[in-house]
Design a protein around this ligand. Structure first.
Ligand code: DQA
Length: 152
């Protein structure tokens, strides 16, 4: 059975309260509840984790090795500068999809750079909470397709 890890970085625990004009009014708990619904429809296991600490996220990525078949990640501001997070994702080489609530490409110029984007399957940005659902659908399709390729 496939198993996915959903990681959220700094300040994403404040969704619903934090800059609602940019990030909307939906809480992280509601987003995770919706992802759990999808996971049970697809019969996959889902683990969700949020941290404001880079090292804790890296520890979770390392612990995912050999356990999870895919990672969905919103690294928050770490997206724009954390080579350590990027290296952790490369180290485990678990298929990963990056998501953002906001369209980082039409915001401040420092947000246009994602140091993780070059090592993930793809990025979904700008659709609010729907970015997570779309990202998880893309991750699931990728993991399923690759499982079929390795069986054939
Ligand atoms: C974010 C975009 C980042 O630039 C920002 O630092 C966040 C949230 C998003 O989901 O739109 O914390 O990743």
């Amino acid at each position: 059975m496939a198993s996915y890890l959903v990681l959220n970085g700094p300040n994403l625990n404040m969704l619903g309260i934090r800059e609602p004009g940019v990030y909307g009014s939906v809480s992280l708990a509601s987003i995770e509840a919706r992802l759990h619904e999808l996971a049970s429809e697809w019969n996959v296991t889902l683990e969700c984790f949020q941290s404001n600490h880079e090292g804790e996220l890296i520890d979770r990525i390392h612990a995912a090795y050999g356990v999870h078949s895919g990672i969905l990640i919103n690294p928050g501001a770490l997206t724009h500068y954390s080579y350590a997070l990027r290296d952790a994702l490369s180290a485990v080489s678990i298929p990963t999809v990056e998501v953002h609530l906001s369209n980082i490409h039409k915001r401040e110029s420092f947000r246009h750079v994602s140091v993780t984007a070059p090592i993930v399957i793809g990025q979904v940005a700008g659709f609010g909470p729907l970015s997570y659902e779309l990202g998880m659908q893309a991750l699931h399709a990728h993991v399923r397709d690759n499982a079929e390729v390795s069986r054939s």
